[in-house]
Design a protein around this ligand. Structure first.
Ligand code: KE4
Length: 425
């Protein structure tokens, strides 16, 4: 950890908190962060040469693992032609067509450089389309760091949000209504009172930012029906779930069609790509076709498009989803047994290629129940796993991801290590 510590000390001299994104500072697990040198398949190596099985996978993009040879080869090839033109290229058309093939209800798609830009822009289009301002989001769902989404529950019974960060004006968050995830009755109540003012509901169709919290049966369908009834738009934020639950997303798997979706992570294959898209009558509002302004110097960057396109081509051809799901089931079933044998209650909500571990009898249904889980055990598990060369997400409120390289052999070794990690003090 010497080189990581030295780098961290230098990083703190020149970067707030010494990181480019807060969760990487390992604050939630009370440790100094590791600095990574390289990744390969299911593994990453820190700057001190230590090897880890990686369950973070850059927070989701790397379903093909680190440095997939075919993606590396294709990216190297196109790099020789230049990196960015500020002009359109064939690559963005090909990637847009590929995404449309996976999400047939998407008539138009716009590439941006992050999930934050995607959700921020989708909200703007929804407000323009409906000529309304209010947005409903759910506690524990994260849609990036644009002002409208940095809200926490208002005091008492107030339903509109108050800023969860300094620098976010109340004038913005007063239009954001915050409700518990899975609380479809609460959503219907709000629509009864303020339905004509609500531009949209934005939701992670499987929540992945409070740990993994699954939607209850009627939740998503209920959102679809109530938004339709009041002329509001439904936005599925599939930045995590897009191309991680299947070659498509929750919207295609559950056949619940939102008005807009946002994507990121996997569609860039590890390069900075986000996207938002939806049906024609909404997306034709986006400049230059329509009046809703949104732009980006590096949007549709040819290298990022190439990495994303190659990633989706491999996923479409190899369709690894049932293989990864089988490995995930093998891993999580055995993991549950290990914890129960140690007298430690655990619930492991999961979907196809990602999961999280809660130390609670039952899987949480919303953020309040997540906050009641035992975080101290998670922190102990994280620390002991890290020592043993296993990198879990450095927060109990994040999802853990598998790649095509997390096979039964790798996972069996992890289970053996967990078997020997005694979690009780
Ligand atoms: P980015 O701006 O970080 O690319 O995407 C924002 C975003 C939007 N929507 C969902 C559902 C997301 O999960 C995210 C970002 N995810 C977090 C991890 N849970 C990014 C990790 C970080 O903040 O460093």
């Amino acid at each position: 950890m010497e080189k990581s510590k030295e780098l961290y000390a230098r990083a703190k001299e020149v970067m707030p908190g010494g990181v480019s994104s807060p969760v990487r500072a390992f604050k939630a697990v009370e440790l100094p962060p590791i600095f990574v040198e390289r990744g390969e398949g299911a593994y990453i190596y820190d700057v001190d040469g230590k090897k880890y099985v990686d369950f973070v996978l850059s927070w989701g993009p790397l379903i093909l693992g680190h440095a997939h040879p075919e993606v590396v080869k294709e990216v190297k090839r196109v790099c020789e032609r230049g990196f960015s033109y500020g002009m359109s290229t064939e690559k963005e058309v090909l990637l847009a067509e590929k995404i449309k093939k996976a999400f047939p209800f998407v008539d138009g798609i716009r590439f941006v450089n992050s999930g934050t830009e995607a959700t921020m822009s989708a909200l703007r289009v929804a407000r323009a389309f409906t000529k309304r301002n209010k947005v409903i989001k759910f506690e524990g769902c994260y849609h990036g760091h644009s002002d409208s989404f940095l809200v926490k529950a208002g005091s008492g019974g107030l339903t509109f949000g108050v800023p969860s960060s300094p620098g976010v004006p109340e004038s913005v968050t007063k239009d954001t209504v915050l409700l518990p995830y899975n609380d479809i009755e609460g959503v219907k109540e709000i629509f009864k009172k303020q339905g004509e003012e609500i531009a949209c509901v934005i939701v992670e169709p499987i929540a992945g930012n409070m740990g993994v919290v699954l939607p209850e049966n009627e939740f998503l369908q209920g959102l679809r029906e109530v938004t339709q009834k009041y002329g509001a738009l439904l936005i599925f934020d599939e930045v995590i779930t897009g191309f991680r639950v299947e070659f498509g997303g929750v919207s295609t798997r559950k056949r619940i069609i939102p008005d807009l979706i946002t994507l990121g992570k996997v569609i860039g294959g590890g390069f900075p790509v986000g996207a938002y898209g939806g049906r024609k009558e909404i997306m034709e509002l986006v400049s230059p076709e329509g009046p809703v302004y949104q732009a980006g110097t590096l949007s549709g960057n040819p290298i990022a498009m190439t990495a994303g396109l190659k990633t989706l081509e491999i996923l479409e051809k190899e369709n690894p989803y049932s293989y990864i799901k089988e490995n995930l089931e093998f891993f999580t079933q055995n993991l549950k047994d290990i914890f129960y044998k140690n007298g430690i209650p655990v619930s492991i909500p999961r979907s196809t290629t990602f999961f999280s571990i809660f130390f609670s009898e039952k899987p949480p249904r919303n953020l309040n129940e997540v906050q009641e889980t035992d975080k101290k055990i998670f922190i102990r598990l994280f620390k002991k796993a890290l020592e043993k060369g296993i990198l879990l997400p450095p927060s109990p409120f994040e999802a853990m991801f598998l790649s095509v390289f997390h096979d039964k052999n790798v996972l069996s070794q992890i289970l053996e290590i967990f078997e020997n990690i005694i979690l009780k003090e």
